[in-house]
Design a protein around this ligand. Structure first.
Ligand code: CDP
Ligand code: MG
Length: 734
């Protein structure tokens, strides 16, 4: 990559942001139709393909994929890699993004016979989207239906069968599997992909796999000895169950040393990538509004640079959707010949068929701008990118062990992340990266991201380790130990929630029940308590709705309309009941359209229309509906029966208090709140229905830190409920 140099991309383009385009407004109306046509045309072609009309095209596609596979850097080292895996129980593979690690290596190993005795090759990803998209791609490469030989399994969505041999999954999911199968006996190989991301699940998984690998090789040796001695067929078959476990750690970062040291000097091999030069451009000044700067840069590239798609890194779903809307508005103001720009969002909670849009080529004559979170840094490789826009920010979890609070904050990326991002522009040819900050800021960035385990609430991790029978959390062999205080705080939190008994062992039944639910411990507790409070139906809706980002959207330019639309659902008691109303009204809308028109597509269309009219985020609502049905499945398996509190919402609010008592706040004379557990001063977020009407006492679900501390998803409670419903905390603290 050439040395970074400065330029003035944003300054030149300021005029674009302002008056230049307004003349074009009259063109606005016909635009959408014109943009829709090529996209729809494309789908029709695909339908025809599926119907078998265009066999030649299918053959050509197969040929293309074959060629593509052969051309990947990893293809030339297939034999060597397979040999290394045979010779080493643990192997670290470092290779640049796009070299073919994730899609190709499992296929090499499958072909080399590592799926003996119906064993599975498991590949873990920190992100759901990567597991899904890669599994789809590999199924296509193998010419099999997804869910057969190649499948994926992520929380709330399992696409595997008994015949699955190459299984992509999230690292969190493999951790859950270990609860049921402590030896991970179905797997011959586990590949921990994207290890450089160092998510909390990756770190816990690495520690666990180290233990499992040791236990499996001990078992294997014992059984081998027995089998040699007795030639007993039964123990031979048990031997097959306990073959040693191969472990592969894959990473895009060049620093494999820490992984190697952790795994007792494990061998590391490097797969050469293919990287074309990327011209890195900086701004002269820091940009006060990075969304606006991103918008301006998108149009600067679109209007002034040659062909090639754009990848812009944003911090989350809300920011992506806001930029998406602004881009659409501005496209309408452009001359017709410049309107050939398509936006494609990609972020973790986007429904997977929509995530796949990022991988489809833009219709001919169009340029695609992909609006992504840091998901597109290394996890997924999107072809066709020539320009990268990097505002240099990322949304990250941050944990304060002293106050015990976790919050989401937007922070600068690390140098390693900035380099990964710019690298995305040079995958297929020379490219350009627009860093929306001055060059001297780059030098101030930290080298690599702090592992998540050092900046998150560990309650979930501790609960999982306890369930796996690992009681000494402080003594657990973490790759990087979280602070003692963070561990103690989470033990304390779990104890207060009733998940741990007096001797800090998993309690029965609550602790075990909580561990079975794939949710944050407080949410699991809320569901368990809701059985007692007879409001499980309502709590299930709330937990599903809180598991997705932003159900409501407030476009900057239509804030008032959005507020008015929300009023019809608003409950004076707060956001939780409001969410229940939204969910139920949307369910009624679905039911009605099912009765009048049974076709699935048109039912979805109606829901989409209803969402637009009510300023509800359709994607989020659909995701919440999926999560709802998945959790419902878990709850039924656990033998809980769904009950509703009907109109007695006080009962429901009491249940919220009994579960989220650690997130309670009392109003201060100046209208702010004091979070009772941490003592922090917080404000109710403007998106809350309680933003204007101030309740005396609240519980909340989320703390967001921007220029100040905001709490989101807030409900009014009676302060006397706290000592009554959470005496274990408030009696002791009052
Ligand atoms: O894991 P790594 O970053 O090394 O590469 P990969 O994910 O295996 O991707 C290898 C190549 O497959 C990429 O360069 C993409 O061109 C292609 N690919 C794709 O077209 N669609 C996907 N869903 C995944 C990969
Ligand atoms: Mg990869």
């Amino acid at each position: 990559m050439p040395a970074p140099r400065s330029c003035t991309p944003l300054l030149q383009q300021d005029r674009l942001g302002n008056g230049d385009c307004t003349n074009q407004e009259r063109l606005a109306n016909g635009v959408c139709k014109k943009r829709d046509r090529p996209a729809n045309g494309d789908c029709k072609n695909q339908d025809r393909l599926a119907n078998g009309d265009c066999k030649n095209q299918l053959l050509a596609r197969r040929q293309f994929i074959l060629q593509h596979r052969k051309s990947l850097p990893i293809a030339s080292v297939e034999k060597r890699l397979v040999e290394e895996v045979r010779n080493n129980d643990t192997l670290i593979i470092v290779g640049e993004t796009g070299s073919g690690k994730t899609t190709q290596l499992p296929q090499f190993l499958y072909n080399a016979g590592f799926c003996y005795d119906e064993k599975v090759i498991g590949i873990t990803q920190p992100r759901r989207v990567a597991a899904v998209t890669v599994a789809k791609r590999v199924a296509e490469e193998c010419n099999v239906k997804l869910g057969e030989k190649v499948g994926y399994s992520i929380r709330f969505d399992d696409m595997t069968s008994n015949s699955t041999r190459i299984k992509y999954m999230t690292d969190g999911l493999l951790l859950r599997e270990a609860l049921l199968d402590p030896f991970l006996s179905r797997y011959s190989i586990v590949i921990v992909d994207e290890a450089h991301e160092r998510t909390v699940h990756t770190d816990v998984l690495l520690g666990l796999l180290k233990k499992v690998q040791l236990a499996r090789s001990k078992q294997h040796n014992i059984i081998k000895e027995n089998a040699n001695y007795r030639e007993n067929s039964r123990s031979l078959s048990q031997g097959a169950k306990y073959t040693s476990l191969k472990l592969i750690i894959m990473s895009a970062s060049l620093d494999a040393k820490c992984f190697s040291e952790y795994f007792g000097g494990a061998k590391a091999v490097h797969v050469q990538g293919r990287q074309y030069p990327v011209d890195v451009l900086y701004t002269y000044q820091p940009e006060p509004d990075y969304l606006d700067a991103t918008l301006i840069t998108i149009f600067q590239i679109h209007l002034e640079e040659g062909s090639g798609d754009i990848l812009a890194f944003l911090t989350g779903q809300e920011e992506i959707e806001s930029v998406e809307r602004l881009v659409h508005e501005r496209i309408r103001q452009l001359p017709e010949r410049n309107q050939n720009l398509l936006t494609v969002p990609i972020y973790a909670s986007l429904p997977s068929e929509q995530q796949m849009n990022a991988f489809k080529p833009a219709p001919s004559g169009f340029r695609k701008v992909i609006l992504a979170t840091n998901i597109a840094e290394t996890s997924v490789t999107i072809p066709g990118i020539k320009y990268v826009i990097d505002p240099g920010l990322v949304k990250a979890r941050s944990y304060n062990p002293v106050t015990g609070t976790e919050s989401l904050i937007i922070i600068p990326v690390s140098k390693a992340q900035a380099l990964q991002r710019s690298g995305r522009a040079g995958r297929e040819g020379a490219g350009k990266c627009f860093r929306l900050y001055p060059e001297n800021e780059f030098h101030k960035l930290i080298d690599s991201t702090v592992p998540e385990i050092k900046r998150c609430n560990l309650a979930n991790v501790v609960l999982q380790l306890k369930t796996l029978g690992i009681d000494d959390i402080i003594g657990f062999d973490f790759m990087e130990k979280p602070s003692r205080m963070a561990i103690v705080k989470s033990l304390e939190q779990l104890f207060l929630l009733g998940a741990l008994s007096d001797d800090y062992k998993l309690s029965n039944p609550v602790g075990h029940q909580m561990a079975r639910l794939p949710l944050d411990p407080m949410y699991s507790k809320a569901l368990i308590l809701a059985v007692e409070f007879k409001c499980l139906e309502e709590m299930l809706i709330v937990v599903a709705m809180l598991s997705v980002e932003s159900i409501f959207y407030f476009p900057r330019e239509k804030m008032e309309e959005a507020r008015t639309a929300r009023k019809s659902f608003s409950s004076p008691e707060g956001d939780h009941i409001t969410l229940v109303k939204v969910y139920r009204t949307s369910a009624e809308c679905l039911e009605k359209s099912k009765i009048t028109n049974g076709k699935e597509k048109s039912i979805e269309k109606k829901l989409n229309k209803w969402c637009r009219e009510n300023y509800i985020n359709y994607r989020s609502l659909r995701h919440a509906r999926d999560i709802h049905s998945q959790i419902e499945g878990h709850i039924q398996q656990m033998g809980f029966s769904l009950s509703s509190c009907g109109d007695d919402m006080q009962q429901f609010r009491r249940c919220l208090t009994a579960s989220f008592f650690l997130n309670a706040g009392m109003k201060q004379p100046d209208g702010s709140y004091r979070a009772l557990a941490s003592g922090q001063t917080v404000q109710v977020h403007p998106s809350s229905v309680l933003f204007r009407t101030k309740a005396d006492c609240i519980i909340f679900n989320e703390l967001v830190r921007t220029n100040q501390n905001y709490v989101r998803n807030v409900t009014r409670i009676d302060p006397l409920w706290l000592p009554e419903l959470a005496p274990q905390y408030y009696a002791a603290h009052s």
